[in-house]
Design a protein around this ligand. Structure first.
Ligand SMILES: [Zn+2]
Length: 179
């Protein structure tokens, strides 16, 4: 059965309120062989709006990428120190960015469905598998810029003041301006 066929069956069987982003198809195949319902937790579904996006700080002055520390409210700097990033709420995906130069500071948002696919049971996916995964994650990214009708891309580049889930704080580079 192809990946796309599996995804169609999964969609038809999804419990209400659960959004499919990526799944462990070993559990899917096992459940079908044993003629039992899918264990949705084992199947690794991700609810919309929670943990669906990995965010990174990109500084164009030092061309470095940095993820915020997993602990909320702890800052991480880019290599040159002009920009910093932290989670205000890692579960809800709310980020704060402060920088001397808004012009040289961007946030990269990556869809976790694609990241999970890199570690999933079906790897290596091959070119066709990656294209299919990309199609599925973008198709199901309701409410996100990833969505097929919007950017149709698993990687987003936004200016810090352009995104609803990123708080932008102008910064002169001193710790005094911290909180
Ligand atoms: Zn920098």
């Amino acid at each position: 059965m192809s990946f796309v066929d599996q995804v169609r069956i999964v969609e038809a069987e999804l419990p209400e309120g659960v959004v499919f982003i990526a799944g462990d198809f070993t559990e899917f195949e096992r459940a079908r062989n044993e003629r039992r319902p899918i264990n949705w937790k084992a199947f690794c579904v991700v609810r919309a709006g929670k943990g669906a996006v990995m965010k990174l700080l990109l500084c164009a002055e030092c061309t470095s990428f940095h993820s915020p520390p997993s602990q909320a409210m702890a800052w991480r700097s880019c290599d040159c120190g002009q920009a910093q990033v932290r989670w205000l709420d890692p579960v809800a995906g709310r980020l704060e960015v402060r920088a001397k130069s808004l012009e040289h500071t961007r946030v990269i948002g990556l869809h976790n469905g694609m990241l999970q696919a890199a570690f999933g049971p079906q790897r290596p996916l091959g070119d066709a598998g990656w294209r299919e995964t990309h199609e599925v994650v973008c198709e199901h990214a309701q409410g996100y810029l990833f969505q097929a009708q919007r950017r149709n891309c698993w990687a987003l580049i936004v200016a810090p003041h352009e995104s609803g889930d990123v708080t932008w704080t102008p910064w002169d580079g001193t710790e005094a301006a911290a909180d």
